[in-house]
Design a protein around this ligand. Structure first.
Ligand code: SF4
Length: 512
């Protein structure tokens, strides 16, 4: 009985804090600088205002707080302000120290861009998500809560994705995030570890300012360097919240001890609560073992949430996962799957997507408390996303291609070596020009774009010849993708893209 009363009080307190924060921010928004009211960036006035008023804690002056508060490290040593913006690299470890990475000019540039509500500097995924009306799953809102305290010189959150070491071979996953897939399915060499004890040592400067540290992988509980970082956190700032994205299959006494000592918050990926479906998606996992672990984690951590990835094999199970979460008082969240396209929901025919929506509408889920309302809100957003995809497909036959271009950004490109004759690449600038003109590129746009390429090639230390550059771009990208990229991108992004293409050219071609 006392437990029920406590839960109700907790629920009520949470509701009061949440509602008053929203009200305070709505009131504060009347005093935001004029620029905030006038400059809607590329989202347009209506979408911008709609997004801002639907943010979990109400309207805020900045569209995103990641460049001020967050630092993300990936398995290749690259550091970004968030895992979604892979275009603006702040620096690479160990070539640059963590200090130089955080205080880099690239981060300043991104701050300026976000201050103007401009999402063209690599923030395509957030922009797409906002345009879909998928507000609570937009990555940028994750950082909103850090606006409640004055912004500091150092990051509030560091996200560690330092290794792909993983015991599972989930069918929708790739070797990029699972060493087992890399070895067994892709037959490739296991990724080398970039980070070392020196990296852990350099964190001394940052840990005192941290509020949260996030650990992903691979499977975080299998990654040895994470244990060293948790040890540091325990020594320097044990109040840091440690967020783990786990597959729920690894739990031993050492982990249990750590969980009881520090402030762990656990996010478990569960794509089905049906044993057969779960085990056929999450290869090498044992359903009963995972459920036992989730039960233990639910009882021994302050917060446990379940993350599901809806795709072609499990979309029917989503309502059951929500019921499972509601029953056990777990928060439910969704991670949208874009790649591989052939397993994702967005690439299905319109009629099938409509059937999925009808099925979801036919299931009645009721919400009694705040947590259940949250869980059902996520479900409604999933339906809204499916509806958005239908609208896009109805408007645009090329939707699937365009979507893949945007969403594939993070997938490493497979480069096949090619030998070209000098005669093959002769006049390639002209060919490039003609193809773009046929697709609506204007003379002035071509002049500016070609100027950027020519200047880049002139300064090229490795002497990749200009004609080869034009040859490669014409061969590797559809003209409409090139035009769209040129029109949507800032000067900085175009330069970054040229650097990226240059790297591919060096690996791909030999001229004979
Ligand atoms: S808008 Fe999105 S992609 Fe851009 S920095 Fe913020 S979270 Fe990252």
């Amino acid at each position: 009985m006392s437990c029920i009363i406590f839960n109700h009080m907790n629920d009520l307190a949470g509701k009061i804090i949440h509602t008053s924060t929203r009200w305070i921010n709505h009131a504060r928004s009347l005093f935001y600088p004029t620029g905030y009211m006038k400059n809607y960036g590329s989202l347009g006035r209506k979408t911008y205002r709609d997004f801002n008023s639907h943010r979990p804690i109400g309207p805020l002056p900045k569209l995103c707080y990641a460049p001020w508060t967050n630092l993300f490290f990936n398995t290749h040593g690259n550091a970004m302000v968030c895992c979604k913006n892979t275009k603006v690299i702040l620096g690479k470890y160990p070539e640059k120290s963590i200090h130089d990475i955080w205080f880099s000019s690239q981060r300043e540039m991104l701050k300026k861009s976000i201050n103007k509500n401009d999402l063209s500097l690599g923030c395509f995924k957030c922009k797409d998500s906002i345009l879909q009306g998928n507000y609570s799953s937009t990555t940028s809102v994750v950082f909103d809560k850090h606006n409640m305290m004055p912004l500091k010189k150092y990051p509030r959150v560091i996200e560690f994705e330092l290794s792909n070491k993983c015991n599972l071979e989930c069918i929708m996953c790739s070797g990029r995030v699972s060493s087992s897939i890399q070895a067994n399915r892709e037959h490739q060499e296991i990724m080398k570890m970039t980070y070392d004890d020196n990296f852990v040592g350099q964190l001394d400067e940052f840990i005192p300012y941290l509020k949260e540290a996030k650990f992903t992988g691979g499977e975080p509980f299998l990654i040895p360097i994470y244990y060293k970082i948790w040890e540091k956190i325990e020594k320097i700032n044990p109040s840091v919240k440690i967020l783990i994205q786990t597959n729920g299959t690894i739990l031993n006494d050492e982990i249990k001890k750590l969980i009881k000592k520090l402030h762990f918050q656990i996010n478990v990926s569960i794509d089905s609560v049906n044993k057969d479906t779960y085990e056929s998606i999450r290869r090498n996992a044992d359903y009963e073992k995972m459920v036992n672990h989730v039960e233990w984690l639910g009882k021994n951590t302050q917060h446990l949430s379940v993350l599901a990835t809806p795709f072609r094999m499990n979309w029917k199970d989503i309502p059951d996962i929500i019921l499972f979460c509601n029953k056990n008082k777990y928060q439910f969240n969704i991670s949208q799957m874009y790649c591989p396209g052939e397993l994702a929901l967005w690439s299905l025919d319109i009629d099938i997507i409509k059937e999925i929506i009808d099925y979801y509408h036919s299931i009645k889920l009721t919400a009694g408390n705040r947590l259940e309302r949250h869980n059902i809100g996520i479900y409604e957003e999933l339906i809204a996303t499916l509806e958005y995809w239908i609208k896009c497909k109805e408007k645009n036959d090329e939707f699937n291609n365009r979507f893949l271009d945007v969403m594939n950004e993070q997938e490493p490109e497979i480069i096949t070596h090619q030998t070209v004759n000098k005669s093959d690449i002769k006049n390639s600038k002209n060919t490039f020009r003609l193809i773009l003109f046929q697709n609506g590129f204007t003379e002035i746009e071509f002049e500016n774009f070609a100027k950027a390429i020519d200047e880049y090639c002139q300064n090229d230390k490795d002497a990749v010849c200009t004609e080869l550059f034009y040859f490669h771009i014409t061969q590797s990208h559809k003209p409409e993708t090139i035009i769209k990229f040129y029109r949507d991108s800032s000067e900085y992004l175009i330069k970054e893209k040229l650097i990226e293409e240059h790297d591919v050219i060096k690996k791909k071609y030999s001229i004979v």
